[in-house]
Write a protein that binds this ligand. Structure first.
Ligand code: SPD
Length: 292
C-alpha cells in the first residue's frame, strides 16, 4: 500500500505527495517535525503536517522572499531573519557579499537540527561565519531586542495558525519598524492571495499601518496549496523596482527563479489580489460548503 503525506485545507481541498521513506519524525516542544523522502519532490519538511519546503521547489519561495528585498534595500550589511530554520532563506541572503552579518532567530532548535541533518541542499550556509543563530520566539526578540538597527528584516514563518501566529500581528510589524534603520526594508511572506484572500488582505492592512511603502509581490510556490504565493516589500521610502545593478549582476547564474525581469513582473498585482485587499473588501477564505 503506497504511503502518502496529505495536507488538508479547511476540509475542502487536499494536496498529497507520495512518500518513499520517513527520514525524521519527532514532536518538539512546539510542533511535530517530519522530513520525508518523496518519490517526485526530493526531501520534504512538514511542521504539524503542513508542507514547509521541498528540495524540488524551494527555490521559488526562498529566492522571492529574499532577492526582491536584498537587491533593492539601500544597505544590506545587517540582516535579521525570523523563522526559516530549514536554512533556505539564509542561504539566499548570504549569496550577497555585502551582507556582513545575518542573525537567524528560530523558535525551534529541533527544526534546525533536523534540517541540518536531512536537508543538506538547503543548508549550504550553516557554516558561513557571517551567520549567527539565536533560538527563541521571533516576536519577543524583535519587541525586546537592544541590537543596533537592522538594514533588512525577513520573516520566514509558518502559516498564521500555530506557533507563528504572533508574526502576523500588528504589534510585531510595529516592532519591526522600530528595529529597522531609517532606510531599512522588511520582507514578509504573506500567504496565498487565492486560497486565503482574507488573510492576505489582513496582512496587507496591518503592515500598511506601520510602513509608508508596502508593495505586494507574487510568485509560484508549487508545494503550498493552490500554487500562487505572495510576499510584501515594506519600507519608509524604498522603491522596490530600483534594483542595484551590481548586486543583480552578482546573482546571475546563482538563482533558478529570480531575475531582474521576474522581479519587475512580480510586483504587478493580479486583479483578484487587488480586489481582495481593496478597502472594505470581504473576500472569504476558500473553504468548503458543508453539505447536509
Ligand atoms: N503554507 C506553508 C507556508 C510556509 C511558509 N514558510 C515556509 C518556510 C520555508 N523556509
Amino acid at each position: 500500500m503506497a504511503n502518502w503525506h496529505e495536507e488538508i485545507w479547511q476540509d475542502s481541498s487536499r494536496f498529497g505527495l507520495r512518500v518513499r521513506e520517513v527520514l525524521f519524525a519527532q514532536q518538539s516542544r512546539f510542533q511535530k517535525i517530519e522530513i520525508f523522502d518523496t518519490v517526485a519532490w526530493g526531501r520534504v519538511l512538514t511542521l504539524d503536517g503542513t508542507f514547509m519546503t521541498s528540495e524540488a521547489d524551494e527555490f521559488f519561495y526562498h529566492e522571492m522572499l529574499v532577492h526582491p528585498v536584498l537587491t533593492t534595500a539601500p544597505s544590506v550589511r545587517r540582516v535579521l531573519v525570523i523563522g526559516g530554520g530549514d536554512g533556505g532563506t539564509v542561504r539566499e541572503v548570504l549569496r550577497h557579499c555585502e551582507v556582513e552579518s545575518c542573525l537567524l532567530v528560530e523558535l525551534d532548535a529541533l527544526v534546525v537540527e533536523a534540517c541540518r541533518a536531512h536537508l543538506p541542499t538547503l543548508g549550504t550556509a550553516w557554516k558561513d561565519p557571517r551567520l549567527k543563530l539565536h533560538f527563541g520566539d521571533g516576536a519577543d526578540f524583535v519587541e525586546r531586542s537592544h541590537e543596533p538597527p537592522f538594514d533588512v528584516i525577513l520573516v520566514d514563518g509558518c502559516d498564521p495558525e500555530g506557533p507563528a501566529a504572533r508574526l502576523f500581528e500588528p504589534a510585531f510589524f510595529a516592532a519591526c519598524r522600530q528595529r529597522l534603520s531609517p532606510t531599512g526594508v522588511l520582507g514578509i511572506q504573506s500567504e496565498s492571495p487565492f486560497l486565503m484572500p482574507a488573510t492576505y488582505a489582513a496582512i496587507h492592512r496591518s503592515v500598511s499601518t506601520y510602513f509608508e511603502c508596502v508593495h505586494p509581490l507574487f510568485g509560484p510556490a508549487p508545494l503550498y496549496a493552490a500554487g500562487p504565493w505572495s510576499y510584501m516589500h515594506c519600507s519608509r521610502s524604498v522603491d522596490p523596482l530600483k534594483i542595484d545593478p551590481v548586486r543583480a549582476a552578482r546573482l546571475a547564474g546563482h538563482t533558478r527563479y529570480w531575475s531582474a525581469a521576474v522581479h519587475h513582473g512580480a510586483f504587478a498585482v493580479p486583479a483578484y489580489a487587488a480586489i481582495a485587499s481593496a478597502p472594505h473588501a470581504s473576500a472569504p477564505e476558500r473553504q468548503g460548503v458543508t453539505s447536509s
